[in-house]
Write a protein that binds this ligand. Structure first.
Ligand code: SAM
Length: 300
């Protein structure tokens, strides 16, 4: 395994760190990016896309890039960006990180991209072109019911998680390892089935992190461990490496640790790193790193 031995929490821009990690290192990559990013980040990113593409996605002579599945990604990208130039900034930020995520996935690996309902549909079209439509596994809907509700439209109370595999013939998925949930109508199934519970579908009802609960770290965008638990259980094995490049409060790491997976967490904000230091205060075997840009360029 090319990633250094201890689990890692890295304080840096993920785009500086991802290129330093070895190809195929992770069985599971979970990305929960901020929903809106600034223009400055997108300008910086374009350069990395061109450098980060693999052979399959090598720039065509015109300077366009081809999706990993060999489709004309750039044409679809251009059409979508013209349609919604606001999304251009967002995708300009995400794209090079997704190119890196694809490279970092093991052949049996899976990407979970956690998105806002406003961005998810554009991202789906682009990911189909980038990864290949046959690599699309699921659109997960995480539904919750908390906070204010509009009376002018249906209150929006869900996030979308797009799931793509690196290789549709080889990906790892263990439904038997996933915690089961109660049947909605237990009277319609046998008592044995009702007692065992059912495999969750692609719609996950799950409360947000309770403002007073045990899990609460105080980090504003913290995701519930229950949501990450399903992802980690289904799409990795004990001992596998899990990457979260937008780690925030470190939920992915906490869950990975509790399920005996290894992890690399990256976040650029000092607040997130502070929260993770507190969250993992009792846990051994975690290295906190703050690479300088020179370290990152040298692959430290
Ligand atoms: C939506 S939050 C992630 C929350 C996390 N899933 C949790 O459960 O706490 C997004 C995180 O991405 C981080 N972030 C944004 N841009 C980044 C970048 N370029 N490199 C590393 N981290 C970044 C932010 O600091 C923020 O903590």
């Amino acid at each position: 395994m090319p990633v250094a031995e201890p689990d890692r929490v890295i304080h840096a821009d993920n785009l500086d760190v991802l290129p330093t990690l070895a190809d195929g290192s992770f069985t599971l990559v979970y990305l929960d990016p901020p929903f809106n990013t600034g223009r400055a980040q997108s300008r910086q990113s374009t350069r990395h896309v061109r450098q980060g593409v693999t052979d399959a996605a090598a720039p065509a002579p015109s300077g366009t890039i081809t999706g990993f599945a060999g489709k004309r990604y750039e044409r679809i990208r251009g059409d979508l960006m013209r349609y919604d130039d606001r999304f251009d900034d967002y995708w300009g930020f995400l794209e090079p990180r997704l190119v890196e995520a694809w490279r970092l996935l093991a052949d049996d690996g899976t990407l979970y991209l956690h998105l806002d309902y406003r961005e998810a549909h554009y991202a789906k079209v682009l990911l189909d072109a980038l990864f290949g439509r046959e690599c699309f596994l699921n659109e997960l809907i995480w539904a919750y019911d908390y906070g204010g509700k509009s009376k002018r439209r249906w209150p929006t109370k869900h996030d979308t998680i797009l799931v793509y595999v690196k290789d549709p013939e080889r990906y790892f998925f263990d439904s038997a390892a996933v915690d089961r949930e109660p049947y909605m109508a237990p009277g319609l199934v046998t008592p044995e089935k009702a007692a065992a519970g059912k495999l969750p579908t692609d719609v996950w009802w799950h409360t947000i992190v309770s403002p007073t609960g045990r899990e609460k770290t105080g980090y504003p965008t913290q995701k519930p461990e229950g949501v990450l638990r399903r992802i980690v259980q289904a799409s990795s094995r004990p001992g596998d490496w899990v990457l979260d490049a937008f780690a925030g409060s470190g939920t992915t790491g906490a869950v990975a640790r509790s399920l005996d997976r290894r992890f690399v967490l990256i976040d650029e904000h000092a607040d997130a790193i502070d929260v993770m230091r507190r969250r993992f205060a009792e846990a051994g075997g975690i290295r906190f790193e703050r690479p300088t840009p020179t370290d990152a360029a040298a692959g430290a």
